[in-house]
Write a protein that binds this ligand. Structure first.
Ligand code: HEC
Length: 329
C-alpha cells in the first residue's frame, strides 16, 4: 500500500455507515391477530417513512420511488383488515421520525436491504401467530413482495456486501484482516487496561465514565492509527449510538457466535468479532440486584434506556466491528 493512499484514508474519506433505521429493539412476539397486525403496520409505516427520508436527501430515484408506492399499498391492505375485523390501528410512530439517512445512495440501498430482509423475517413470525385466513393471505403477499421483488431491486444498487468464508479470503483480504485484528487488539487492550486501573482506584461506579467517555475516544484513536473504522455493538445496547455498521446488522440479528468476514464491491472488508463476558464485565452488565446503589444510579443517569444488564459470565455480549477501506478511493 503506498504512503499516498494511507494519507487519503486518514482524511476519513471512507466512513462506516452505522445503521440508522431507528429501531431500538426488535418487535415483540405476537400472540393475537391484533398484535400481528400492529407489528405488520408498524414495519410498513417504518419503511414508508425511511424511504421518504431517503428520497428527500437523494432525490426521487428508483428503486425507492416505485417501492414506496408498493409500501403504501401494503399499508392500505393492512388497514382494510383492521376495518374488516373492527379493530383500531395504532398511531403512526414513524411519521415525524428524524432518520439519519446515509450519505451515499448505495449505502441508503444497503440500509433498505436490511429493512426488507427484516420485514420478510417479521412476516414469517406473524404468519405463525394468526389463523385468520384473510390476514394470513395479506401477510403472505406482503412478505413475498419484500423478499422477492424489493430486495432484488435494492441489491442492484447497494454496495454489494457479501460474506466471505475465512478460507476463501484473498491475499489482499488477508492483509486487511491483519489490519483489522491489530486495530481490535489495540482498542481492546487499551480499554481493558484503563477499565481495570479505574475500577481499582475509584471502584466500579467510578469506572462507568471510562466506558462512557473513553470507549468512544479509544475507538477513534485506534481507527485513526490503523486507518479503519472501529467500534463495539450489541443486540442489547447500553448506548444507542453503538449501532452496528450496516454490513453487520443482519449478523447482529442472528447473534453470530464466531468471527465473520464481509467484503463489498469497493474492496472494503468488514470483520465482526464476538465479545464474551468475564467476571470483570459482569459487575456492570450482570444482575442489577447485585450492583451497588451508587453504580445503579450512575448507569441510570447516563443510560435511561439501558438494555445491557442481566448477562452472565461467558454470555455473548456483543461484537467488535472493524471496517477496513478498499484501495480504489
Ligand atoms: C464499570 C462498568 C463497566 C464494566 C466493568 C464493563 N462495562 Fe461494558 N459498558 C459500560 C458502559 C457505561 C457502556 C456504554 C459505553 C458507551 O456509552 O459507548 C458499555 C458498553 C459496552 C459495549 C458496547 C455496546 C453497548 O451496549 O453500548 C460492550 C460490547 C461492552 N460494554 C462489553 C463489555 C465487556 C466485554 C466488559 C468486560 C471486559 C465490560 N463491558 C465491562 C460499562 C461497563
Amino acid at each position: 500500500m503506498s504512503g499516498k493512499r494511507v494519507s487519503f484514508f486518514a482524511l476519513g474519506l471512507i466512513a462506516a455507515t452505522l445503521l440508522t433505521l431507528g429501531f431500538s429493539e426488535p418487535p415483540k412476539k405476537p400472540t393475537t391477530t391484533k398484535d400481528a397486525l400492529d407489528i405488520a403496520i408498524d414495519d410498513e409505516r417504518h419503511a414508508i417513512a425511511f424511504y421518504e427520508a431517503v428520497m428527500s436527501k437523494h432525490g426521487e430515484r428508483r428503486p425507492f420511488a416505485n417501492i414506496i408506492h408498493a409500501e403504501r399499498r401494503h399499508q392500505a391492505a393492512l388497514l382494510a383488515q383492521y376495518e374488516r375485523l373492527e379493530l383500531t390501528p395504532p398511531p403512526n410512530r414513524w411519521a415525524d421520525h428524524q432518520f439519519d439517512v446515509p450519505d451515499t445512495f448505495a449505502e441508503a440501498c444497503d440500509a433498505a436491504i436490511v429493512a426488507e430482509i427484516r420485514n420478510g423475517r417479521i412476516y414469517d413470525d406473524l404468519l405463525a401467530a394468526t389463523d385468520d385466513e384473510q390476514v394470513r393471505q395479506v401477510f403472505q403477499n406482503l412478505r413475498d413482495a419484500s423478499v422477492e421483488r424489493h430486495l432484488r431491486a435494492f441489491r442492484r444498487h447497494g454496495s454489494g456486501w457479501t460474506e466471505v468464508a475465512k478460507k476463501e479470503l484473498t491475499d489482499r483480504q488477508k492483509q486487511q484482516k491483519k489490519i483489522a485484528d491489530n486495530a481490535r487488539h489495540d482498542m481492546f487492550g487499551k480499554l481493558l487496561a484503563e477499565l481495570m486501573r479505574t475500577i481499582q482506584k475509584e471502584g466500579t461506579d467510578g469506572a462507568v465514565d471510562v466506558c462512557a467517555k473513553r470507549a468512544p475516544e479509544i475507538a477513534q484513536e485506534a481507527g485513526k492509527q490503523h486507518n479503519v473504522k472501529i467500534g463495539r455493538t450489541s443486540f442489547r445496547l447500553r448506548n444507542q449510538n453503538n449501532q452496528p455498521p450496516v454490513w453487520a446488522a443482519l449478523l447482529v440479528d442472528e447473534r453470530v457466535n464466531e468471527k465473520r468476514y464481509l467484503a463489498d464491491d469497493n474492496g472494503r472488508l468488514g470483520v465482526l468479532t464476538p465479545i464474551k463476558l468475564s467476571s470483570t464485565c459482569i459487575q456492570c452488565h450482570g444482575d442489577p440486584n447485585q450492583m451497588s446503589p451508587a453504580l445503579k444510579a450512575k448507569l441510570k443517569k447516563h443510560y435511561p434506556n439501558d438494555m445491557a444488564t442481566g448477562f452472565k459470565i461467558n454470555d455473548l455480549r456483543g461484537w467488535f466491528w472493524v471496517e477496513v477501506p478498499g484501495n480504489e478511493n
